[in-house]
Design a binder for this molecule. Sequence first.
Ligand code: PSU
Ligand code: MN
Length: 306
Amino acid sequence: MTTPPLDPSPEIAAALAERRPVVALESTIVTHGMPWPQNLEMARSVEATIREEGATPATIAVMDGRIHVGLTDAQLERLARLPQAEVMKLSRADLAVALATGRPGATTVAATMICAHLAGIEVFATGGIGGVHRGAETSLDVSADLHELARTPVTVIAAGAKAILDLPKTLETLETLGVPVIAVGQDAFPAFWSRDSGLAAPLRLDTAEEIAAAHRMRRRLGLAGGQLVANPIPPEAEIAPAEIDPIVARALSEAEVQGVVRKDVTPFLLQRIFELTGGRSLDSNVALVLHNARLGARIARALAAG
Ligand code: PSU
Ligand code: MN
């Protein structure tokens, strides 16, 4: 068999065949990135937002040995209810094993890019990407998301990277890997909870049309890899660094004390930050994901129109 085990939903298959705009969505944000039941509410509102903007949402997950592209509401709910221990967190390294064994798996940014590309989807919206972790000079903890951005031609919309990461090292690594990092409508690289990380973004574009044009130009040049579109959080959803920084510091030190390593690091930190902010960080996180979904739909529309 040379064809991948790919199951686009009938709706996604039709949209792609008719060259209508489609936006891919990841599932690790649902299973490992947010708690029940806010994860399901978020997943549903993100899909609704993309539809409002005239595109079709394609949430991607692995179930029963197949890559599902576009989930039914029942599938989405089943996924959202799964305890973390029962669902694999899939990056490039894990995808084939999950498919070969039939175990359920949620796709990270890296695995979602791979699956979206297999399905013929060029735009993917999410919240935050993985990056270079603080202390990476000794732990070597660098997310496979960064390498995927260097090799798979999908435009990924995120709100920058969380303060759990080392942002200067993340930007340096993306530069080394040849990944365009494009801030939307401002010169600063956004930092997830806040619009301004204090670091200049390498590139800036102001409209969905410009971002689509840059995507198309990469295709014409035959360049491997995608674009990272860094869309700042809406001002009303921002959380002040004075509020979030001590919480991030506490979550990081707990992770160290408890010896959390490798793929457990990011889910552990995300969960502790949600707990320690009493849900406030979750509201902001949902707001920025919706904002990214809206931009993703506009970029997909601009691509489909060109
Ligand atoms: N950052 C977030 N929310 C998330 C993730 C990262 O703010 O849900 C998830 C994404 O699926 C991302 C993954 O691809 O964590 C990165 O994990 P790691 O750092 O282990 O590569
Ligand atoms: Mn890691």
